[in-house]
Design a protein. Structure first.
Length: 252
C-alpha cells in the first residue's frame, strides 16, 4: 500500500534580485510504501532539506503534488495544517528540539495535550512509549539533566506517541556520538519492525545503511536508489559509499 506519493515536485526560490531564481528541486518523484524505512542522501545543496520541508508541510512545492495516504497535502487549509501535521506526521530533528522548561514526561505528552487526548489515554501511551525506548526512569528529569543520546530518545518518544502515519527524521544522528547513534538506529529498526514507516534524511552512510531503501538526490533530481533486499548493513554501507563516490566524480 502506497502511503506517501511524491509526484514530480519542483521548488523554485526567488532571490532578492527578482530576475534570479534558485531551482532547489527540479523533478522529484517517488513513493513510500506503508511500513517502509527509507533514507535520503545527497550532498549539501542537493535539495534534501527542501524536500523534507515540503513533505513536512512546512513549505509548498512550486509544482507537483504530495499525497499522504491519498490526501493531497496542498489542499489542507492553513487553519487545519498544524493539527494534520501533529496527528499524521512525527518529527525527529538533529538538535532534539525539546523544551527545557518541561520535564521529559511533559515533553513527550505535549502533542497529545495539544490534540486534547483524554488523560487516561495520554498516560497509557506515555507509559508504553517510555518503556519501549528504555527511558521510563527519566520521566521526571529535565532535558538539561540527561545526555544527548537520552534527549534524542525523548524526541523519538514525542514523535511516535501520536502514532503518526510516517516518521520524518532530519539528520537524527548528527549531534550524537557513535554509541548513541547506534542506539538510536537500533530504536529505528525496532519501531520499523513494529510497523512504523520512516523517512530519514542523513549525511551518515552508517545511518543510511540501516534503511531498507536509500534514495540519492543530486542537483535537485533523483539520481539513484538502492534496495536492501538480502544485503547486510555492511554490504549496504559499501554500496552506498560506492554510489556517493560515483556521484561526486560525475560532478567534477
Amino acid at each position: 500500500m502506497v502511503l506517501l506519493d511524491v509526484q514530480h515536485v519542483q521548488k523554485v526560490y526567488q532571490t532578492r534580485f527578482l530576475a534570479n531564481q534558485v531551482e532547489a528541486l527540479k523533478d522529484i518523484h517517488f513513493t513510500v510504501e506503508k511500513g517502509e524505512y527509507v533514507a535520503i542522501m545527497g550532498e549539501s545543496g542537493s535539495g534534501k532539506s527542501t524536500l523534507l520541508n515540503i513533505l513536512a508541510m512546512l513549505d509548498k512545492p512550486t509544482q507537483g503534488k504530495v499525497f499522504l495516504n491519498g490526501v493531497d497535502t496542498q489542499m489542507i487549509k492553513n487553519k487545519d495544517a498544524s493539527a494534520f501535521r501533529r496527528e499524521k506526521l512525527g518529527f525527529v530533528f538533529q538538535d532534539f528540539n525539546l523544551l527545557d522548561t518541561l520535564s521529559v514526561k511533559d515533553n513527550v505528552l505535549l502533542p497529545l495535550v495539544l490534540s486534547r487526548v483524554p488523560i487516561h489515554e495520554m498516560n497509557k501511551r506515555q507509559l508504553e512509549v517510555l518503556n519501549s525506548l528504555g527511558i521510563a526512569t527519566l520521566k521526571d528529569k529535565m532535558p538539561y539533566e540527561i545526555s544527548g543520546g537520552q534527549q534524542q530518545r525523548v524526541a523519538v518518544a514525542r514523535a511516535i506517541i501520536t502514532q503518526p502515519e510516517i516518521l520524518l527524521a532530519d539528520e537524527p544522528t548528527g549531534a550524537l556520538d557513535s554509541k548513541s547513534s547506534a542506539t538510536l538506529l537500533d530504536i529505528f529498526d525496532q519501531i520499523n519492525e513494529m510497523g512504523q514507516t520512516l523517512l530519514m534524511v542523513t549525511h551518515s552512510t552508517t545511518a543510511a545503511s540501516r534503511a531498507k531503501r536509500v534514495l540519492f538526490i543530486k542537483d535537485g533530481m533523483l539520481y539513484n536508489q538502492i534496495f536492501r533486499g538480502d544485503r547486510t548493513s555492511q554490504e549496504m554501507f559499501q554500496l552506498i559509499s560506492d554510489t556517493l563516490t560515483l556521484m561526486a566524480n560525475r560532478g567534477e
